[in-house]
Every structure is written in C-alpha cells, then in structure tokens.
Design a protein around this ligand. Sequence first.
Ligand SMILES: [Zn+2]
Length: 302
Amino acid sequence: MDYKTSNSQKIKVIYILGSGRSGSTLIDIVLGNHPEIESKGELYDIIKKYENNELCSCDTPSQICPFWIDVINRWKEQTKIDDLAFYENLQKKVESLKGLSLLLKNKNNSNINDYIFYTQALYHSISTVSGKNIIVDSSKKPSRALAISMMPNVDLCLIHLVRDGRGVTYSGMKEGKKSLRFPLGWMYNNLLSEIVFYTIGSNKAQIRYEDFVNYPVKTLKLIGEVAGINLSQVSEKLVNKKEIKINHLLAGNRIRNYKTIKLQPDYKWKEKLSYKNQLPFLIFAWPLGIKYGYIGRKTTKK
Ligand SMILES: [Zn+2]
C-alpha cells in the first residue's frame, strides 16, 4: 500500500508524547473545547476498544455510538480494510522498540508504509465525521509521533508532556501497584520521547503537567503558538470555571468518563508519598528529573 498516493486535504494532529499517567487525557479534553479541535484521547487503542465494543464517553457501547460507527465505516471504505486484526498487527510491529529504531534510521519497510497509510486515513475519517480539521491524539507512543511526521497529508504539532515522577508513582501506588516500576518506566519512556522530540524538527514544545494545572492560560498560549491556533477561548472557559465538555472519547485515562472535570494542583504526593517510595525516582530518574526541574529546583505553588 503506498501512502504517498493519497491526495486528501491536509489536517493537523496535536500529538501528546511522553510517559503514562502524565495527565495527557485531561489536556486532550481541554483542547477539544475549542470549536476547531477534536479531542480523541489515546487513539492507538481505539480499534481494539471498538472491537471489544467498549463504552464510549457518551455512555453508549462503541459499536452503537453513531460517531464511532461512522468513523470506522468510512475508514474501512476508504482503505478497503476488512480485517481489523491486520491493523492491530501492524501497530504491534511499528509501535514497538524495533519499529522505533527503524523509523529513527529512516528505514521504510512495508509495515511502516502500511501503518502510515491506515493511520493517516483514520485521522482523516475522524476529521470528516467531526467536521474539525485539528485532532488531538494523546497516544504518547514515540514511534507513532515519528510515523505522523512522515504522513504527507497531516501536519504534526508535537507536545512532549512531562509530570513529576513522584506524582506518577503516587498515582500508580494508589491502585496497589509496586513503586519501583514507575520511576523506571518514567525514565525509559521520557528518554525515548526526548530522542523523538529532538529528531522532529519544528512545531513542538515540552510542557510540564504541573505548569498546565497551575498556569493554564500561559501553558495553553504556548500550545496554541505551536499548533498555530488561538486558544484564548479555551483559557477563558477554564478561568471562569465553565463546563468542559467531553466528545466521544473511547480510550484514555478514566477521567474521560467523568461528567465534568476540574484542574487541581498536583502536590498530594508531597504529603502522602513516603521518602522510601520517593527514593527510586531520585536514584533511577535523576538525570531527566533535574532537566525538567523536578529535582534541585523548588517547585512553586500557585
Ligand atoms: Zn460516543
């Protein structure tokens, strides 16, 4: 399949890159409150969720939700794909570390070409059904960001989102998971994200989740500058605590199922996470911890 033969109109994808539990679904939803932006969560996961008929944020099983039925049908029609497992298999190959290494070396193969073709068509299908030209995808996977940068009919706007690894550890431990895996995963995923961030030339920004929560107007202004869109009306909604709407989200953090969302400061871990459980982050993740200003710099509360 040659993805370069497609001649559809260009759309823009705001792609959120980074490690898990960084608050990407919240930012995704907030951006989707601009009339020209469609918030779509962790899009890498939607085919699996659609096949499993999981619940959309509109409280309807995805195979009954009119939005997703239309998106998937148009996508199938446009790409002539009938076996969704074929695309999932492509994802496994390209979204892996091996896929990332091939993309970084600029080595195309048929899997990468097919992945770009089908994924680009999926973005276009979402754009057609939503009637919006800008889509937010908070999949966070580094190889997907590189693949998007190679799509001829998509303009990539890259946001590398980071959050204090101790906040991430606390969020995971609340669910009964062991503390060690979070700093290791945080370091690994952010390191790969750093490599991809520096490989991709333009239209990009690194932002801290804590800055977004504490200084949303300033942070949204920065994202808007990178994406080439004025986000002041979204800022105004946040500042005046107007309702933040959520549009047909099928994949992402569980907040997608909330009826309303609010921005909250992110310092609970400072009181609740013991020093012993903070230590793995300080030992294993200090290089990036220092780079992002989480270690060795006082984080100012609002
Ligand atoms: Zn829905």
